[in-house]
Design a protein around this ligand. Structure first.
Ligand code: SAH
Length: 261
């Protein structure tokens, strides 16, 4: 058989999800499904799409071409927090950085980092989060993620079509997965500490807000930028589950001790 560049789909790709927020055009959802499928990524999640049946619409099916299986498996979520709840790492995909969001990095570096997280523990999942066609990602949506990836593009016009941005990221993720799989590793091997998922870090932040309010460090009527700053810190720290437990223990005592006796 002649040599080919089409090798198998390394296992970590099965733990990568692409999350599209508020997508309006069925054609873009179909084209995104195809872009993912060609790179061996199949977990497509939609957050509050403009039309509930967007993945079933004929235009989406037509643009997906042979990748309708990805559309059949689509999961819908009401909020971004639910869609990335199981992720050890969520990566915002945006041309523009946002205040108190993570620092932007290029796709190759982010894809390599995502693979390192996936290799660290076979239970880890990574989510890449894309914005809506017209509005992109909001400040809050970027702040909800632990990393930010920007595709270097012409400064005079840096906004790619949604499905084309999905293609660039999916390609980089596949390349990183193939590179990581090179020394013929037999399936997923745990090579790093287990990380807390976004659901656990979200609950920690809510608890932190409550405790800092209880001791008077946070004024709920003038929260300033404390919460987004804390969120960025917590997400950058890549906390382990036992570290989340430890911090929650401290917070619990702060709340208890601040109650009038
Ligand atoms: N008008 C929007 C652009 C949305 S394009 C805005 O100003 O933000 C739809 C999505 O494609 C974006 O939310 C982002 O997820 C992705 N995208 C497009 N161009 C990109 C780029 N250069 N780098 C990273 N993501 C990009």
């Amino acid at each position: 058989m002649p040599p080919t560049l089409h090798s198998g789909d390394p296992e970590p790709l099965a733990r990568v999800a692409f999350v599209l927020i508020g997508t309006s055009h069925p054609g873009n959802v179909g084209a995104a499904a195809r872009a993912m499928r060609t790179m061996g990524v199949t977990d497509l999640r939609l957050v509050a799409p403009r039309f509930d049946d967007v993945a079933e619409r004929p235009e989406a099916r037509a643009f997906a071409s042979g990748a309708t299986g990805v559309l059949d498996g689509v999961r819908r979520f009401a909020t971004l927090a639910e869609a990335i709840g199981d992720a050890a790492l969520a990566v915002a995909v945006s041309a523009e950085p946002r205040e108190f969001g993570p620092e932007p990095a290029p796709p190759e570096a982010c894809a390599a980092d995502a693979m390192a997280v996936l290799a660290a523990d076979p239970a880890h999942r990574v989510a890449f989060v894309f914005g809506a066609e017209r509005t992109g990602l909001s400040v809050d949506e970027v702040q909800a993620c632990g990393r930010l990836v920007s595709i270097p593009a012409s400064p005079s016009y840096s906004s790619l079509n949604l499905a084309q941005a999905v293609q660039v990221l999916a390609y980089c993720v596949r390349r990183a997965a193939l590179t990581a799989a090179e020394p013929a590793t037999p399936g997923p091997v745990r090579s790093g500490p287990r990380l807390a998922d976004h659901r656990a870090v979200g609950r920690l932040l809510e608890h932190g807000e409550q405790a800092l309010g209880a001791i008077g460090f946070l004024d709920p009527s003038h929260p300033k930028k404390l919460v987004p700053r804390l969120r960025r810190l917590m997400l950058r720290a890549r906390l382990r589950p036992e570290e989340v437990d430890l911090l929650r223990g401290v917070l619990k005592l702060m709340v208890e001790r601040s109650r009038p006796r």
